[in-house]
Design a protein around this ligand. Structure first.
Ligand code: ATP
Length: 619
């Protein structure tokens, strides 16, 4: 329990000299005031210790940290810890992420490990002895970093199906590299004077006295596997594939552009018929002024246009009479929730600074309405255009936005966190919605404002992308808007949005789902923006993945592999160069590859509890 965890931590602190004030004392609450300590959600156990670079000096006593039997993450990297690696720590049954790199640990490589280990990093120490064959039992291991130690002997035959990153370089290993490990790059093995065979061409020559390479953790992209063959889900796509893809893509694009123009041309000619069903309204001159749409009354000739398939029976007058509540003021204007007299609830967006004329607006709305006929896009119901007022009517989505579901009420007692299965499902749905927008509207169809508050949820927790097609109607939003944390760097520089800048914004949304952090800091005036991609890259470089993930996901079992894969997709989406980002169809495919459809079916039945999302509140 928490008391025994507290005692164990105090024993550790008593025998280790530390320069950083830890603020650990028996009188203060462990979970909220002790530096570097993370507890589980109900604050009954310590599940993570993060004390990197904290000036810790000395050797870790047995029966201290080793007694924390709910511990999942231990990060004591970049300290001055010495002595043996305490075997009771390595065998904590719940331990998943272990970071002990850059210390002065000595002694033999221990041979008992927690079977749950995903990351084992003891690089840059002075560990000796052989690599134990028991490493073979670590079937969930994704990273094994032993570089820069004094480990000797032959490398045992290891077959670790999930291992993505391996580094044995700069040790004293000898013999030949087992065939199961030959798929890793030579940089994983260099600096072992008597190690032979592929991927090393010959016995590697110890590099001393030449200085060893700077302690770069792993080459440029620390998360992306060194060898794509290592992951069964990844396929190497050769140059021909991309050429064929490019030609095919161009042909498909051409087709859609032609279809798009044909449709537009046809629509212009048959204006007012077919898709559009006008409903005239006098605009209620004697009514009291409405909460929104003050410009509406003057425009008697203008009509509220409903799209086909819309079951509402209200007209503009009803809309003006409805009691309206402001949902928020966004970059495009103000959004109202309007409850009509017959009980229907709709959302009305009052657009500001529309830069296109009536005809263009109407034609554009038809395209948007067509795009909206997809399960992952919020359908457009109606619109109104006059000189002074532009309104768009959507269905009201009572389950609120992804933003509220993910961040709202975070610290409240009864909060029901969004579980990993639901997050995967929502990521996939959002990706499908954006992919549909990109493909349906042709190359020029860009959302331009992907963010978690523009992803709305249905009652059964499906994602639905809102604000589709607004960007081309408006001025590029001011740089200090709430959107800034999602904006691709080139979109900020050039003030131009592209499909690839949508991919970037979606990547930020994925990072938000994985980290539980918002690209905007609350509460406040939206002026403090966290550059999430930058933050994630910096943490990942230092400590691979564990620190990155949302604490609320820590209580779930066996999801690390999927989280790591999602992180890879997110980092690909937020690549600095637009051309290096995948397109949305590829993103959909990659997310689908994380989990087989069969898994989705069996797992989604457990989402029922997640569907109960009606009482979300503002953070
Ligand atoms: N159809 C809808 N149903 C329910 N809530 C909605 C709907 N459309 C928007 N909202 C919510 O209303 C609030 C205001 O939305 P609005 O789009 O005006 O601002 P925003 O999303 O914060 O910024 P932006 O204008 O840049 O998109 C948001 O919290 C949004 O999630």
């Amino acid at each position: 329990d928490l008391n025994s965890d507290r005692e164990a931590l105090l024993d550790f602190a008593a025998s280790i000299f530390h320069t950083t004030k830890l603020n650990w004392n028996a009188e203060t609450p462990v979970c909220s005031s002790w530096i570097g300590i993370t507890c589980n959600l109900n604050k009954s156990r310590v599940i993570a210790i993060h004390l990197p670079g904290s000036g810790l000096f000395g050797s870790i006593p047995a029966n201290s940290i080793g007694k924390l039997d709910a511990l999942r993450v231990l990060s004591l990297r970049s300290n001055l810890l010495n002595g043996n690696l305490p075997s009771d720590i390595l065998s904590i049954p719940s331990l998943q992420f272990l970071y002990l790199q850059h210390n002065n640990f000595t002694g033999a490589f221990p041979s008992f490990f927690s079977h749950k280990l995903v990351v084992l990093d003891i690089s840059f120490n002075n560990i000796s002895g052989n690599i134990p064959t028991t490493i073979q039992n670590l079937t969930r291991l994704a990273l094994l970093n032993l570089q820069h130690n004094s480990i000797s002997g032959a490398i045992p035959k290891l077959y670790l199906p999930r291992l993505k990153l391996l580094n044995f370089s700069y040790n004293k290993l000898n013999g030949s590299i087992p065939s199961s490990l030959q798929k890793y790059p030579s940089s994983s093995f260099v600096g072992n004077s008597h190690l032979c065979g592929p991927p090393l061409n010959h016995c590697s020559i110890a590099s001393s006295p030449t200085p060893s390479p700077s302690p770069t953790y792993f080459p440029s992209s620390p998360i992306v596997p060194q060898n794509h063959n290592a992951s069964p889900n990844r396929k190497i796509l050769g140059p021909y594939f991309f050429i064929v893809l490019a030609i095919g893509g161009a042909a498909v694009l051409f087709f859609f552009v032609v279809v798009f123009f044909l449709c537009c041309f046809k629509k212009t000619k048959t204006h007012g018929s077919g898709m559009l069903k006008g409903k005239a309204s006098t605009g209620g001159k004697n009514e009291k002024p409405p909460d929104f749409g003050s410009g509406v009354q003057e425009a008697e000739k203008n009509k509220l246009f409903f799209f086909q398939g819309c079951s509402y029976t209200f007209d503009l007058e009803d809309l003006l009479r409805a009691s309206a509540e402001i949902l928020g003021k966004g970059s495009n204007g103000t959004t109202y929730k309007a409850v009509l007299e017959e009980g229907n609830t709709v959302v009305v967006k009052r657009l500001k600074e529309v830069i296109v004329g009536k005809k263009d607006f109407e034609q554009h709305m038809e395209v948007v309405a067509r795009i909206g006929q997809h399960p992952n896009v919020v359908p457009l119901r109606a619109y109104y255009y006059s000189k002074d007022e532009k309104l768009i009517v959507y269905n009201y989505m009572p389950a609120g936005s992804l933003f509220l579901r993910l961040h709202g009420n975070r610290d409240a007692a009864g909060r029901n966190p969004l579980n990993w299965d639901s997050r995967v499902k929502l990521c996939l749905g959002t990706a499908k919605g954006i992919a549909h927008i990109h493909s349906e509207g042709g190359a020029k169809c860009i959302h331009g404002n992907i963010k978690s508050s523009n992803v709305l949820l249905t009652q059964d927790l499906e994602a639905s992308v809102s604000d589709v097609g607004l960007a081309p109607l408006m001025n590029f939003p001011a740089s200090m808007s709430r959107t800034i944390g999602y904006r691709a760097p080139e979109a900020i520089d050039t003030r131009k949005i592209t499909q690839k800048s949508d991919v970037y914004s979606f990547g930020v949304l994925l990072l938000e789902m994985l980290t539980g952090k918002t690209p905007l800091r609350y509460p406040g005036q939206y002026d403090e923006v966290i550059d999430l991609p930058r933050w994630v890259r910096s943490v990942v470089r230092e400590e691979w993945t564990a620190e990155v993930f949302d604490v609320e996901l820590m209580r779930e079992q066996q999801i690390e592999e999927e989280m790591v894969q999602m992180l890879q997709i997110a980092l690909a989406c937020v690549s600095k160069l637009p051309d290096s980002r995948p397109n949305m169809d590829e993103v959909v495919r990659m997310i689908e590859e994380i989990r087989q459809p069969a898994d989705f079916k069996t797992r989604t039945s457990s989402d029922q509890s997640e569907s109960n999302v009606s009482n979300v509140q503002t953070p």
